[in-house]
Design a protein. Structure first.
Length: 386
């Protein structure tokens, strides 16, 4: 079936052939649990864990591979960071662009009376002004949760000054890098990030069911894990594992997923970021130009491509986002996502509630075949009388 996949913000597709080959080989030839036995195949699995941690640590400039915990998804990593770091009585600031995997755990804690929560607004295109965050600080502010880029608008936020502000004020800085990991450089040390959570199956290029959580050394010590269980070591003790990353990795890990993250991240590290990024920004402008030809289509983005990952949202004056997505799928085999994109707050500021937006997301680059399909769709939509 021919398909033109433009939902890379949900999960990347297709995966690299070497990623798929390594996963298949692992399942056929190895298949052992890591950190449990010392026989040959268990050692191969343990080696894959090391490879994944080393590659991800390099990608985000973490101080050591051991600061990377391997998780089941971005949501898993964010819940671990939030649930394991916040103490009752704390004040938390989160931005309006956050995904529900940040907002829902925080809102639940607020409803249970455990925390005070303030949401920082964004502007009509999804930009969060750091000055607004500063104004929300209270004496008991413990955590700032901030997405590196919105999964609705794709706009990249400024992290460095926020990290510095958090440091100066003793506030834990949690960054959701779901939409930027693998697409734009991230330096957790230079940006002063305490926790960085990301899926492994989007820009990183791993398979579904993967993610990771970086924790800065000081946070590794104070973190109280959400889950405890077997870790393959000190089995005589009923005291949970104390050392990061094992303290947040109880139970058997998703080894095929970890193999995929290792191979995909190593591939990213072999190519210069700058070239990949330049291509992504260029393709974003191309997509924006193409879509701006459709009468009645309002693009939720300004023209500076440097501020965006490969995500572009829009609304049409005649069609709902859901209708337009259905037309693109049925008539042009273009697969895009419509709706609120699991982001409860941002649409209030974008003025796109309750229908949400139509979101195009191309990942690292726009495939020429996809451009061809888009051109046909744009031509057809241009005939609609608006
Ligand atoms: C900004 C953002 N944060 C978190 C997530 C959750 O990631 P996962 O789907 O791996 O749980 C997503 C997924 O779309 C996202 O876009």
């Amino acid at each position: 079936m021919q398909r033109f996949y433009l939902d890379q913000a949900a999960t990347s597709w297709p995966k690299r052939p070497d990623v798929l080959a390594a996963v298949t080989e692992f399942l056929h030839e190895t298949g052992a649990a890591a950190g449990r036995g010392s026989y040959a195949s268990a050692r191969i699995s343990a080696n894959w864990l090391d490879r994944a941690r080393i590659a991800i640590a390099k990608l985000i400039h973490a101080p050591s591979p051991e600061s990377i915990a391997l998780m089941g998804s971005g949501t898993h990593a964010l819940n671990e960071a939030i649930g394991g770091s916040i103490r009752p009585g704390s004040h938390v600031i989160a931005s309006a662009i956050e995904h529900n995997s940040v907002l829902r755990p925080l809102e639940r804690m607020r409803m249970e009376g455990l925390i005070e929560l303030d949401i920082v607004p964004c502007d009509q295109l999804g930009w969060v002004n750091p000055a607004d965050i500063g104004r929300m600080k209270k004496p008991n502010t413990h955590l700032l949760a901030m997405s590196h880029a919105s999964n609705v608008t794709g706009m990249i936020q400024e992290l460095q000054s926020l990290g510095m502000w958090c440091r100066e004020n003793g506030i834990t800085f949690l960054v959701d890098a779901a939409q930027t990991i693998g697409y734009v450089p991230i330096d957790v040390q230079a940006y002063g990030i305490d926790y960085l959570a990301a899926p492994g199956h989007k820009g990183l290029g791993g398979i579904l069911g993967t993610g990771f959580l970086y924790a800065a050394p000081a946070k590794q010590v104070t973190h109280r894990p959400l889950m405890v269980g077997g870790t393959g070591s000190q089995s005589e003790s009923l005291v949970p594992e104390l050392a990061w990353p094992q303290k947040v990795e109880p139970g058997n890990l998703n080894m095929p997923g970890i193999v995929s993250m290792a191979v995909a991240t190593e591939a990213l590290l072999r190519e210069p970021f700058s070239e990949r990024e330049a291509k992504m920004h260029g393709d974003w402008s191309r997509l924006r130009d193409l879509l701006s030809r459709v009468p009645g289509l309002q693009l939720l983005a300004h023209a500076d491509s440097q501020k965006y990952v490969g995500v572009l949202s829009c609304c049409h004056s005649q069609f709902t986002p859901t209708d337009l997505a259905a037309i693109l799928d049925a008539e042009f085999q273009i697969e895009v996502r419509a709706g609120l994109h699991c982001a409860a707050h941002i649409h209030h500021y974008l003025e796109t509630a309750p229908m949400g937006t139509l979101r195009f997301s191309f990942g690292h680059e726009l495939d020429p075949l996809v451009v061809g399909a888009l051109e046909k769709a744009v031509e057809s939509l241009s005939q609609v009388d608006c």
